[in-house]
Design a protein around this ligand. Structure first.
Ligand SMILES: NC(=O)c1ccc[n+]([C@@H]2O[C@H](COP(=O)([O-])OP(=O)(O)OC[C@H]3O[C@@H](n4cnc5c(N)ncnc54)[C@H](O)[C@@H]3O)[C@@H](O)[C@H]2O)c1
Length: 274
C-alpha cells in the first residue's frame, strides 16, 4: 500500500487488459490515475470504476494527443508518471484467423513429420501499406506523441517516470507479425534513447516487455498456436495482467530510482535476455 502515494499517473489504453490492471494497482497504491483510451465510453467506465479521470484520445493522432495533454496540464498542472500502453494486435477477421490457424497447423505438421515443408505463412509479402502504417502509428508514433507532450509537463518539474510497453516480440521476433515486432523493437530503442536524454532532468524512462499474458488481445490465440506458446514457456502458461501491473508499480515508484533505460520482462521464462 501507498507505494505510489500522491503520484499522478496517465495510462494510455487503460480501459482494458494490462492498462486497466495497471490503473487498478496504481490506484490501490495511492496514485491518482488518468485513464486514456481511444473509446471515450470505455475510458469513462474504467475511470468511474477506479475513481480516476478519463481523457479519451487516439494515441496515433498527433493533434488529439496534444489536446489531451493540454487538458491534463490545465486540470492538474503536473504529471508524475506516463505509461505508454495503448496498442493493438494485428487486426484479423474470423475467416482470416481460421485460415491462419489452418496454415500454421499444416505447416507445423509438416515440420514434425520431418518435411518437406510446402505450406508457408507468407505474412510479409501480403502485408499492405495500410496495415504496416497502422501498427507503427499506434505503437511507435503513439509512444512518441504521448511522451513528447508529457515532457512539456515533466521537463520543468525535473521529475517523472515514463514506462513504455514493449513486448518479447520486439527482441525474440515472431513469425506472422513483422509490423508488430518492428514497432515493439522501435519502442525499446526509443526507451533507451529517451533514458539517456532525460536522465539529467531526473526523468526515468524504462520499458516492460511482457511475454504472453491473458487479456482481450490474446483471447483469440487458440488451438495449436496457443499450445506452441505454452510449450515454449518454461512456466507452461500465459501470465496474468497483474504480472505486468506490479512491474509497472515498481517502475513508477521511487523504489526503482536507480533504474533507467531498462527493460523488465515478465514472460514465464519464454525469453531470458532483453
Ligand atoms: N497481452 C499480451 O500478451 C501482451 C504482450 C506483450 C505486449 N503487450 C502490449 O501491452 C499493451 C496492452 O495490451 P493488452 O493485452 O492489454 O491489450 P487490450 O486489447 O486488452 O487493451 C489495449 C487497449 O488499448 C486501447 N487502444 C487501442 N488503440 C488505441 C489508440 N489508438 N489510442 C488509445 N487507445 C487505444 C484499446 O481500446 C484497449 O482498451 C499493448 O501495447 C500490447 O502490445 C501485450
Amino acid at each position: 500500500m501507498d507505494r505510489l502515494k500522491g503520484k499522478l499517473a496517465m495510462i494510455t489504453g487503460a480501459a482494458s487488459g494490462l492498462g486497466l490492471a495497471t490503473a487498478r494497482r496504481f490506484t490501490e497504491e495511492g496514485a491518482t490515475v488518468i485513464i486514456n483510451d481511444v473509446s471515450s465510453a470505455a475510458a469513462e467506465a474504467a475511470a468511474a470504476q477506479l475513481g480516476g479521470h478519463a481523457v479519451a484520445f487516439d494515441v496515433s493522432d498527433s493533434a488529439a494527443v496534444t489536446a489531451g495533454f493540454k487538458e491534463v496540464a490545465a486540470t492538474f498542472g503536473r504529471l508524475d508518471v506516463l505509461v505508454n500502453n495503448a496498442g493493438i494486435a494485428p487486426p484479423m477477421t474470423e475467416d482470416e484467423r481460421a485460415e491462419r490457424t489452418a496454415i500454421t497447423t499444416e505447416m507445423v505438421g509438416q515440420i514434425q513429420a520431418g518435411g518437406p515443408v510446402t505450406t508457408f505463412l507468407d505474412t510479409t509479402v501480403n502485408l499492405s501499406d495500410g496495415e504496416w502504417r497502422q501498427m507503427l502509428s499506434i505503437h511507435l508514433d503513439g509512444t512518441f506523441y504521448c511522451t513528447r507532450e508529457a515532457l512539456k509537463i515533466m521537463n520543468p518539474q525535473l521529475a517523472g517516470s515514463i514506462i513504455n510497453l514493449g513486448s518479447i516480440m520486439g527482441t525474440a521476433g515472431g513469425a506472422g507479425a513483422p509490423h508488430y515486432c518492428a514497432a515493439k523493437a522501435g519502442i525499446l530503442g526509443l526507451t533507451r534513447s529517451l533514458a539517456r536524454e532525460l536522465v539529467l532532468r531526473n526523468i526515468r524512462v524504462n520499458a516492460i516487455a511482457p511475454g504472453f499474458i491473458e487479456t482481450p488481445m490474446t483471447d483469440s490465440i487458440m488451438g495449436m498456436q496457443r499450445d506452441m506458446i505454452i510449450e515454449s514457456t518454461p512456466m507452461r502458461r500465459f501470465g496474468e495482467p497483474d504480472d505486468i501491473a506490479w512491474a509497472a508499480v515498481y517502475l513508477a515508484s521511487d523504489e526503482s530510482k536507480f533504474m533507467t533505460g531498462q527493460v523488465l520482462s515478465p514472460n514465464g521464462g519464454y525469453h531470458m535476455s532483453q
